[in-house]
Structures are given as C-alpha cells and as structure tokens.
Design a protein around this ligand. Structure first.
Ligand code: SF4
Length: 353
C-alpha cells in the first residue's frame, strides 16, 4: 500500500512514540569502535526539528531556487525548470555499490540510490540516460524511505544519494520517514557540486558525509562543458563545499576504515588541463585543509557528446594524470584516495617516470 508524504506523516504522528524509539537505533551496521555514535539526522528527528526543514525545503519549490540556477518556476503546480522535474520524485535504481571510494564501500557496499534528472548538463556525462533523459520511475517519499531501509537491511555502510540537489525536499522527507522506522546509517550526499549555499545550510545536522565534485575551476570551461548557460559553477561549488566542510569537517573513519562523517572531495582529471587541476589542489589546501580526503580521478572517458569538443575528445594521457597527483603532493594534500594513488604508480611506470 502506498502513502503520500502527508498521509505518512499523519500516520507517523499517531504512532510517534513507537517510531521515535526506533530512530537511529535499530538494524544495520554501526561504525565500529565509535561508542554512542548516531547519524546526524537522528538528533534533529528526536528534537522534532526535521519536520521544519522538510516544510522549508518544499516551500522553496514554489519559486524554485533549490539550486543556483534559480529558475523561479512553481514546481508544486507542475511547472518544470532546467532540471526538467516538477515536484514529483523519480528514482532510477537502488543497490549496494562497490565502485565508490573504499571508505564508502567497506565490505558490504555503499547503499546507492540513483535519482533521475540533474541540474547539470555535462557534455561528457557518463549517466546520460538517467541524468539527462530522466529514465526511472515516479515514487512516493515513503517508497524512497523503504529503499533506504532495504539498503540498510542488506548490510550497506551508508545511504549514498546520487545527484540529490534537485530533489532535496523529498530526500529529507524520506530520511525522516525511514528514521522513524530504524534507519541508522550515515547519509552520504553525492553531488556534482552545483548546489546553492542555502541548500547546504538546510542540510546542516542531516547529512553525515558530503561527497561533492569540484569539476572545473574556470567559469567559461564549466559553462561550455558542464553547466550550460551560466558561468558561476566554480564560485557556487566552492562556497557550497566550504559550508560542507564547516559542517562535517575532514573525513572520519571507524576501526574498519569505513567512513561515517566528513567531506570526501572528487575531481576528474580531464584532457588538456581543462578541469584546472593545479588550481583545484591549491584551492583545497588554501580553503579547506591539507587533510581533506581528495579523490583525483583518472577514469575520464569520451562519453555522450564529448567527441564534439576537440579539447576533450580523447582519454587523458599517463603524463596528465601523473602531473595531477604531483601537483596535489606539491600543494601538501596528504589524504589522497588510495586507489587513485595506485593508478598514479601505474601511470608513472607507463610514462617512464
Ligand atoms: S532545482 Fe531545477 S527547477 Fe529548481 S532551480 Fe535548479 S534547475 Fe531550476
């Protein structure tokens, strides 16, 4: 039987005592060796403050400024902005995922939920059918909550919401529902980085792990290859990431090396230095911390429409990846992703270094 969000909230209110006793406590693996840990949202829910955030988030759909595009459409009346979604929630899939960073994957996988549509339009998108075409199915917030609990029951170490920005209100609502039924995993906010500062402030005390991309350091290149129509990606993403770091800090892992709190930053090395990797690593060192967990990724592929753009119509060379990691080390970054360092040594041998 399906419930709408409001119907479910009414039911949850009726049975509040039972649900609160389960919030953040029952089921699923906890961080090992971290006594008395509970996910960020559990405290807000117990204090009755999560509902307020849900209302605030849904209100922003009425003149949508959920992301920096600030389309101003009324999604609650069925209007659609750049991301092509009204006020419904569309999910492509949910499953344990073993391709994410090792502190997220652990032994039982990261509990990923892929959402349909996106507020970016990367010409090199590797998830084009989901992010651009919006493949998936419409579901209720209570269905999303059930997916979260299913991933917890399957032993995943976190709930990894992929491309969450444009459906933020639904995610907070689903967390609240799932929390009342015993969700206790950390929430990992896995974003392309084009988030408004207000959005991230709304997530203070809800999200445990932030996993943002910082894709470009130059507004013109960001506009051309990813954002389409605006040049403010670097400024917006940097402001959002600084706020994420203020909230969650550097990455913290348990005795099994599994993440439960903090920022994990991603940056994809692109051909011909178009991503601005040298500027990126310096920015991290100067604005966050040299202890920031940084994944400098080597897996750029010519996907979607990338072949139409001369500068990015090839894979990166070994030399390009080696120089990227060398820049990171020169900048003093000391917590580089383990798999990217393995790639570094392979590429160094290939490059004859
Ligand atoms: S979330 Fe969608 S509709 Fe809202 S401002 Fe962003 S792109 Fe526009």
């Amino acid at each position: 039987m399906k419930f709408s969000r409001r119907e479910f909230m009414k039911t949850a209110g009726f049975a509040g005592t039972f649900f609160l006793s389960g919030c953040g406590r029952a089921g699923g693996p906890s961080p090992a060796g971290v006594p008395n840990w509970s996910p960020a949202y559990a405290k807000l829910e117990a204090e009755g403050k999560l509902d307020e955030r849900i209302e605030q988030a849904f209100a922003r759909l009425e003149k949508c400024d959920i992301c920096p595009r600030e389309c101003g459409v009324n999604r609650r009346r069925g209007e659609k902005g750049f991301c092509n979604l009204d006020d419904r929630l569309k999910v492509h899939s949910h499953s344990p995922h073993f391709g994410e960073e090792l502190p997220l994957v652990g032994r039982r996988g990261s509990g990923t939920i892929f959402f349909s549509y996106c507020n970016l339009r990367c010409v090199f998108c590797q998830n084009y059918p989901i992010a651009h075409e919006g493949r998936g199915r419409y579901v209720e917030d209570s269905d999303l909550a059930r997916m979260m609990l299913d991933l917890q029951n399957r032993g995943c170490h976190n709930i990894n919401v992929v491309t969450p920005t444009h459906i933020l209100p639904h995610i907070i609502s689903a967390i609240s529902i799932a929390c009342k039924q015993g969700l206790k995993l950390p929430i990992c906010y896995n974003t392309g980085g084009y988030d408004s500062l207000d959005n991230i402030k709304l997530l203070d005390g809800i999200v445990d792990i932030y996993l943002p991309d910082l894709k470009f350091m130059d507004g013109e290149k960001a506009e051309k290859y990813a954002v389409q129509g605006v040049r403010d990606y670097p400024r917006r993403a940097q402001a959002a990431i600084k706020e994420m770091h203020r909230q969650a800090g550097d990455l913290e892992t348990d005795s099994r090396d599994i993440a439960y709190k903090g920022v994990m930053l991603r940056h994809l090395v692109m051909p011909n230095r178009v991503a601005g990797t040298r500027e990126f690593v310096r920015w991290v060192a100067d604005n966050l911390s040299t202890k920031t967990y940084v994944n400098i990724m080597s897996q750029y592929r010519v996907e979607h429409r990338a072949f139409e753009y001369e500068q990015i119509s090839r894979a990166i060379t070994s030399e390009e990846f080696v120089e990227a990691i060398d820049w990171a080390r020169e900048a003093g970054l000391e917590n580089l992703d383990r798999r990217s360092m393995q790639q570094y040594h392979i590429h160094r041998r290939r490059a004859g270094g």
